[in-house]
Design a protein around this ligand. Structure first.
Ligand code: M6R
Length: 618
């Protein structure tokens, strides 16, 4: 959940650390900190801050007052934190020191046995200054190196001592040019530039400096110096590092002239969908998913699909289910990863498990995938991050090609997931020979038309903003939909909750009369997905029920659908599209609606309170 950076050999190492941290801030922004070895004094310079929404800014100000010439070309580490153990305060901000401030450590993940380790260390005289699990690492390294053991060997020994998931980087005052790193489960990437070496929890922090990137493997240790790095396994035996290919440009990770990342990312959705579909199907109805590395013969044996995910990715999974059932004509079920992983899994033979995750790192989804795989069924990871955990765990991988998504609320990655799930459902239908030639051509045409329709929908954003302005003061929202409209309602409600901090409940429209309708009264705002489909009349009957109880109804409708418009109070018009493909279009006005209300209420849409972009804790 946190962001880690390490740089050695650069001239202005401290300011470069802060610059790189600004690209990692989306991973957590409760606090930030850096530590750099000062060669001459033989000590470690440390700066930390925990300022709501402004830790990095604070650090930049403090660094401006420091004499940075003392630590040029030395090794430094930095961290941006999303609090798990210990409150978001400066004392809990990373980097953490050992007793003698000789070693500084940054860490992402959770040390599961930290209570036991800390109590043993305390019994042996160590004094702790934070409430974090991370601090045990600094004290363990202090003990390990006390008898002359090298830092490298001490870090290798951590792989045996520590339980849990971690990516860590540390420096020692006596080795001013070296960074030591290790990882288990949480990712860590190493980059080589001209006369410096870097490491980070995310490639986004490194691509500006170098594209010569390598992946640190699970249970491996790295010793990083300005002229190169070495990688060791759990036994301390040197290994060959694995190079990583990255297609992203650094510009893609910047705001591109928009007020915030979220509006930039909403406006990139046409490209995200177009890139995701590109080359994966054609007009004559053929699909091409060779990259999956699972052949059609294996897919033809699939009798059931189980989709698993969290948050917006879960909503995408619900859409995927409809597409699979409609086109591949096999049963599909959807599960929330945090529930699935703790149920006794009884997955039938010939089930295909699809784990969906923008980050590819969400702990619950990762473990659900891992457990499913251990049952011997075929698994696919669908993620936006090349080389992410899930991409390495599954039998096959499909990447959404949305580019980096920095805003905490998922937008372009969600649309890319919806499009890719439709491609996959279509491919599965092909493998199962479930569609006629003309059906295939028609569906392929619908999917390939999506980027154009997304563009047309985005062109209507001003209208969506105007509607949203009228509702920014309200506090009780209900989102309703049926079939493919229900996941749209769920996603719209999630966006409003996470961005505007407003209560928003989503229900299948037909479910309202089984209880929730008793909440409807004058002042209730009902947002209904009423695009034309086989269930349009039923949803309009549900609208009547809401209006009869005094609700104000806003409807997502097809453009120029005057009949629908006449039955509700406000409309969000979108291009007409077939029902299975409709979520790709229908969700856009609801993203903009939530964005506008959040802005009107004065919230930071890129960094909503209490949330982090990547959820690597349970
Ligand atoms: O990286 P993942 O797709 O696995 O993340 C899952 C959820 O944490 C994520 O979708 C979350 O709900 C977003 N904040 C939604 O906007």
């Amino acid at each position: 959940m946190c962001g880690i950076i390490g740089i050695t050999g650069a001239q202005s190492v401290a300011s470069q650390l802060l610059e790189a941290l600004s690209l990692l801030e989306y991973r957590g922004y409760d606090s930030a900190g850096i530590a750099v070895v000062e060669k001459e004094s033989g000590s470690i310079f440390r700066l930390r801050a925990a300022e709501q929404g402004g830790s990095l800014h604070h650090l930049i100000g403090s660094l401006g007052k420091a004499d940075t010439s003392r630590f040029e070309y030395c090794a430094g580490i930095g961290h941006t934190r999303w609090a798990t153990h210990g409150a978001p305060t400066t004392v809990n901000a990373h980097p953490h020191f050992d007793c003698g401030s000789s070693i500084a450590v940054v860490h992402n993940g959770i040390i599961e046995n930290h209570h036991q380790l800390a109590s043993d260390l305390r019994a042996r005289g160590h004094v702790f200054s934070s409430e974090t699990d991370t601090e045990v690492i600094a004290h363990l390294l202090e003990e390990e190196t006390a008898d002359g053991r090298t830092m490298k060997d001490a870090v290798v020994s951590l792989l045996t001592t520590l339980r849990g998931a971690f990516a860590l980087a540390c420096i020692h005052k006596d080795f001013p040019e070296t960074i030591y790193a290790a990882r288990r489960t949480s990712p860590l990437v190493i980059g080589m530039a001209d006369s410096s070496c870097l490491l980070a929890s995310d490639v986004a922090a490194l691509v500006e400096t170098t594209r010569n990137l390598f992946e640190l493997g699970d249970d491996q240790v790295a010793e990083v110096t300005p002229i190169g790095f070495k990688v060791y396994d759990q036994l301390g035996v040197e290994m060959t590092p694995k190079p990583i290919k990255v297609g992203w440009s650094i510009e893609a990770a910047r705001k591109g002239g928009f007020a915030d990342y979220m509006s930039k990312e909403i406006n990139e959705q046409q490209v995200a969908v177009a890139e995701t579909i590109l080359g994966r199907l054609n007009e004559s109805g053929d699909s091409e998913l060779e990259e999956l590395e699972i052949d059609e013969a294996s897919l033809s044996k699939v009798e059931k699909v189980l989709l698993v995910a969290c948050g917006s990715s879960y909503h995408a999974a619900l859409v995927g289910r409809h597409a699979i059932e409609a086109w591949a004509k096999i049963p599909a079920e959807v599960d929330i990863a945090s529930e699935m992983r703790y149920r006794p899994m009884r997955i039938q033979e010939n089930t295909l498990v699809i784990a969906i995750s923008q980050s590819g790192e969400t702990t619950d989804t990762y473990h659900a995938l891992k457990q499913a795989r251990s049952q011997g069924v075929l698994t696919i990871a669908m993620t936006n991050v090349v080389g992410s955990l899930m991409s390495r765990e599954a039998d096959g991988v499909l990447y959404t090609r949305a580019g980096p998504e920095i805003g905490v609320a998922s937008t372009k990655c969600h649309l890319a997931q919806l499009s890719l799930l439709e491609c996959l459902a279509f491919h599965l239908a092909g493998a199962k020979s479930a569609l006629s030639g003309s059906e295939k051509a028609a569906i392929a045409g619908d999917i390939m038309n999506l980027p154009k329709l997304v563009e047309k929908t985005l062109a209507r954003q001003d209208q969506y903003h105007k509607v949203a302005e009228r509702y920014s003061e309200f506090r009780d929202f209900y989102y309703l939909g049926r079939r493919s409209g229900f996941p749209i309602a769920l996603e719209g409600a999630l966006k409003l909750k996470e961005l505007a901090y407003v209560r928003a409940e989503a229900y299948p429209a037909g479910e309202m009369k089984h209880g929730p309708i008793s909440l409807i009264e004058p002042g209730s705002i009902v947002v209904v997905v009423a695009k034309r489909s086989s269930l349009w009349e039923k949803i309009m009957a549900n609208v009547e029920e809401m209006k009869a109880r005094g609700a104000t109804v806003i409807a997502v409708i097809d453009e120029d659908d005057e009949e629908s418009a006449s039955l509700v109070d406000d409309v969000l018009e979108t291009p007409a599209v077939t029902e299975i493909c409709s979520p790709v279009i229908g969700v856009i006005p609801l993203q903009t609606f939530a964005y506008s209300i959040a802005k009107a209420r004065g919230h930071d849409v890129d960094r909503p309170r209490n949330l982090a972009k990547v959820v690597t804790v349970e």
